[in-house]
Design a binder for this molecule. Sequence first.
Ligand SMILES: [Zn+2]
Length: 155
Amino acid sequence: MRRHPKKEIMSDLIKKQWEMHSIYAAVVDNELKVVGEGKTTVVAASDPTAHAEINAIRHACKVLRTDKLPQGYWLYSTFEPCPLCASAAVWAGIDGIVYANNPKYRGEEANWSFISCEEVLSRGKDLHKVSLIKDYMIDDIKGYFTRHNNLTKND
Ligand SMILES: [Zn+2]
């Protein structure tokens, strides 16, 4: 039986995004347990790299005291990881990414993610191969940016 994607994990992250107005991401271990979670803190931390996925990877690596995650760890995100975050997944040794929302539903900033997650992972496959599941549970989150545009402009 395929382990990913796990509906309960994404469902929880999507719920948090609607409630907390931030993209959410989580690193999940072999037992399907969340070992690291992150939301976007770019503005709050004055850190242009503090994306949800980066924060989740940092959290998981800190918990495990490693810079290279063990085999079988996956990254879940409520939004398609940008080139920065997709690259970080390669460096961290993430074995798979599942994301929900897609930039085409971001309204006026539809092209903000200038290189697709799929392309970054494809180019990085000789360093570390990362599986990808796109647009998972997208119907639960695709309306987010058009409904919360003003709140999320700087995320
Ligand atoms: Zn990112």
